[in-house]
Design a protein around this ligand. Structure first.
Ligand code: CA
Length: 336
């Protein structure tokens, strides 16, 4: 495959703290020889592992972006043993638009890996992260949340692979170190194999993610969990050994299984009335939501039910809903 057209204004091998941009060539009407400036920070000192900290992979997920911007300003090279590469607005055009996907090409960065050096801007970004950044990393933490359309119980997310006993042990340990209320254990690479986390795993790095709140906003509670979690991980890995952070309160390991964990809107033209709260424990057959039909308000609402027992980890945010929208998903205790 061809080399990336992206060039970095920083040198990954240089010690100290560097701030700059990934320059993504973008020739458009307003700027014939222009480039898209994707911010990047590299802090390198002493010896230790290389860690990627990324957010803004989905542009409307802000908890990770705020957490990483704070950390970038806080960390001095002398505090670091190893190297941290920060990519706080990974899909920069999407982050600037406050949208999940890029306004330039409609691309969903976290469904674009391993990318394409000759593709659209989103594909080019994915290819650069995969082929240039992840090849240098021992660990990759991609901070997500529910975005505009979903809200999560704050969760750290790790993937276990059948047979990879040592690696899986490390992933579960990191979920515990992170200390989010939920440690979400997935057996598919971050839910899909076109994700940054899946690319990181293919490159041999240990990948962790989050689903930290959502609703297209930021809350003090979610920021506190994300900030402490990232600091604990960096301390645990010895990359920022002396960072000040409280010990982990532990986590509740949960897993999300097949289609029966999800509740979807069955018909068009509705208003979503949730009948449960995030974090509730529910039973199979319990009403999850009532869908009210705006075109025929005299009609009884359609009541959608949970198909299995579980804990409500995620709910839809917008009030309007159409057939195929995810309203809720459940989690159950992780069985190992
Ligand atoms: Ca996301």
């Amino acid at each position: 495959m061809a080399a990336s057209r992206i060039t970095a204004t920083i040198d990954y091998d240089k010690s100290g703290r560097q701030t700059g941009f990934l320059r993504l060539p973008h020739s458009v009407h307003e700027s014939a020889y222009g480039w898209i400036p994707i911010p990047i920070v590299c802090i390198k000192n002493g010896s230790g592992p290389t860690v990627l900290l990324s957010s803004g992979n989905h542009g409307d997920e802000y908890e990770g972006q705020v957490t990483l911007m704070k950390l970038i300003r806080e960390l001095e090279p002398a505090m670091v043993q190893g190297r941290i590469i920060f990519l706080p607005a990974a899909n920069f055009p999407a982050a600037m638009a406050g949208r999940r996907t890029s306004p330039i090409d409609g691309g969903n960065l976290n469904r674009s890996f391993p990318g394409d050096p000759d593709g659209t801007p989103t594909k080019v970004i994915a290819h650069y992260i995969d082929s240039v950044i992840l090849t240098q990393c021992n660990y990759a933490f991609d901070l997500h949340s529910g975005g505009s359309s979903l809200m999560y119980v704050p969760s750290a997310l790790g993937t276990v692979v059948p047979g990879a006993t040592e690696r899986n042990k490390q992933v579960l340990e990191l979920l515990d170190v992170f200390g989010a209320p939920i440690g979400y254990v997935s057996n598919r690479p971050m839910g899909a194999d076109q994700t940054l986390g899946a690319s990181a795993a293919r490159r041999g790095a240990i990948a962790l993610g989050t689903e930290m709140g959502g609703s297209g906003t930021v809350t003090p509670a979610a920021l506190k969990i994300a900030g402490a979690g990232v600091r604990r991980i960096l301390k645990h890995l010895g990359v920022v050994p002396d960072v000040k952070v409280a010990p982990s309160p532990g986590t509740r390991l949960m897993e999300v299984g097949g289609p029966d964990y999800f509740v979807y809107t069955p018909e068009n033209g509705g208003v979503f009335e949730p009948l449960v709260e995030l974090g509730d424990t529910v039973k199979a057959g319990q009403p999850a939501a009532a869908i009210h039909f705006s075109h025929t308000p005299w009609r009884e609402p359609e009541v959608v039910r949970f198909e299995r027992d579980g804990v409500v980890l995620c709910k839809r945010i917008p009030g309007r809903t159409e057939r195929g929208d995810c309203l809720f998903h459940l989690g159950t205790e992780y069985r190992g």
